[in-house]
Design a binder for this molecule. Structure first.
Ligand code: ZN
Length: 353
């Protein structure tokens, strides 16, 4: 154990600040360019990180070892999030939406949003059930929330479809949910901590290695993917020849789950089956040797970019780790402790051969 390299310091203030900026940058699946550019700008502070844009619009980052080995390991985290698109402009001028990613409509009820138009900037509104007022409708409490019953009320004086079209709104326009970022008592509350929290972890790890002038044990790639929420973020762009892929993604919390908001979790099985037992064991042993308390869990309704990689024919060993996130795909919350432990775990992995 004495032969293990010590872990350099993680700057949690920096990590949370970057996370808040990333959360405030809309990036529903298919529309993540702006968030990717924010990541690219931040990485410019760490010139040892090689940055490559993939054709699909994700970022492939590479850190070389002291003696370059060629890519041996990859990690991945996704910057795309849930969101919606305009499905139709209703005769009332309000908008019917179609969901991007998997969420329950009740989780966005009452949320403010921005409609991104092609030529007229963004237009603000609120996602509400059509039958919202308890003073008017019988069925407000028990009514089903789905894409037919929910609509966007625009903050513009429109009362018919032509007026809404006059604002430049068209079918297929993206709709961003307000993230409502709040940092309080060590907690971070926001939509889309899945998986921006792990992108922030990677950034904090880059800073930590940079400040300590350390390099990973082997050449390591980091894919910041942009199609995870629809199931194929990790299907491409992981370099051929890597031996191991560690997906960084949130741990799910709820009844029957072992994970919590204060710790990092390793998921050994999700809806798409088991992860690689030997790699998972190696990561658990590594955490033990650095006294990082990690939780082991299985997820029921969950898959990851690691599984997308396997499904697409990837041949490396795959494991999944990440911070616990409460109320995932709703108004989420995690704690700085979980982000710090995840960062230290990633550092331990990078620094040990
Ligand atoms: Zn995720």
């Amino acid at each position: 154990m004495n032969s293990q390299p010590a872990l350099p310091n993680i700057d949690t203030t920096y990590m949370i600040d970057f996370l808040a900026r990333l959360l405030d940058t809309p990036s529903p699946t298919g529309f993540a360019r702006q968030a990717m550019e924010l990541v690219e700008q931040e990485i410019a502070k760490y010139p040892e990180v090689n940055v490559e844009w993939t054709k699909k619009g994700s970022l492939l980052l590479t850190l070389q070892a002291e003696t370059p080995t060629g890519p041996k390991r990859a990690l991945t985290a996704h910057a795309d999030t849930l969101g919606a698109m305009v499905r139709q402009i209703k005769p009332s001028g309000r908008l019917e939406l179609t969901e991007v990613g998997g969420f329950a409509w009740g989780s966005v009820e009452g949320e403010n949003c921005l409609v991104h138009t092609r030529h007229n900037g963004t237009i603000r509104g609120t996602i509400l059930p059509h039958e919202a007022s308890v003073h008017v409708y019988e069925n407000v409490r028990d009514g089903k929330r789905d894409n037919r019953s929910m609509e966007v009320r625009l903050d513009e004086p429109v009362s018919n479809a032509d007026e809404t079209r006059g604002l430049g709104i068209e079918v297929g326009d993206y709709v961003f949910f307000e993230p409502r970022v709040e940092v309080i008592n060590g907690f971070i509350k926001s939509r889309h901590l899945d998986d921006k929290a792990c992108v922030a972890v990677i950034m904090a790890v880059f800073k930590s290695l940079h400040d300590a002038n350390l390099k990973p044990a082997v050449d390591t790639c980091f894919l910041i993917s942009n199609y995870e929420e629809v199931g194929h973020g990790g299907s491409s762009d992981i370099p051929e020849g890597v031996d191991e892929l560690v997906a960084l993604d949130m741990a799910a919390i709820g009844d029957g789950q072992a994970s919590d908001e204060f710790h990092a979790t390793i998921c050994v099985k999700d809806a798409a089956g088991p992860y690689h037992h030997e790699l998972s064991t190696k990561l658990r042993d590594l955490a033990d040797s650095y006294q990082i308390p990690v939780i082991v869990d299985t997820y029921v309704h969950y898959s990851s970019d690691g599984k997308a990689y396997w499904r697409a024919g990837g041949d490396a060993a795959v494991a999944l780790i990440g911070p616990g996130v409460d109320s995932s795909h709703h108004y989420e919350r995690t704690h700085t402790d979980a982000l710090l432990d995840t960062s230290n775990w990633v550092l331990a992995y990078l620094l040990n051969a």
